[in-house]
Design a protein around this ligand. Structure first.
Ligand SMILES: [Zn+2]
Length: 140
């Protein structure tokens, strides 16, 4: 495994599903940061076989909703002075707006091209969401 110098301060996004690292990198806008960002792909993992990993050497306000939709299994660790201070596990958000689109072809959001639809969580385990307009179910 590649050894990346120990992080003094920042955020480690770990246990990313293999192949999702770049997607998360893009969604969080990490390409626009001036700080050191490391995207590691296809890292060996005991639990997952292979995984992706991101290290960000700065404080950054992460959009947990976006992250939990892209890859709910990830863990986020905050590092200060080389110590892991906080670990965050994601849970599916109660509602999401502007991320999902309705799969029901007869839904008004598809007829009228409405954006920013809100979906509310119906089943956390299955990650099922219901459209605010027609109640059709969509899973993440
Ligand atoms: Zn709908």
């Amino acid at each position: 495994m590649i050894n990346v110098s120990k992080l003094k301060k920042g955020i480690v996004i770990d246990h990313i599903t293999q192949g999702y690292g770049y997607k998360i990198f893009e969604q969080l806008g990490l390409d626009k940061l001036d700080d050191v960002v490391v995207l590691m792909r296809n890292v060996d993992s005991e639990k997952m076989g292979k995984k992706d990993l991101i290290k960000i050497e700065t404080d950054l306000k992460l959009n947990f909703d976006v992250l939990s939709i892209i890859d709910p299994g990830i863990t986020i660790t905050y590092v200060i002075d080389g110590e892991r201070v906080k670990k965050v596990k994601l849970a599916p958000p109660q509602q999401v707006t502007g991320i999902l689109t309705c799969k029901n072809p007869r839904c008004i959001t598809n007829q009228e091209h409405i954006d920013n639809i809100t979906f509310r969580l119906i089943d956390a385990e299955k990650k099922l969401y219901a459209c605010e307009y027609c109640d059709a179910r969509t899973s993440l």
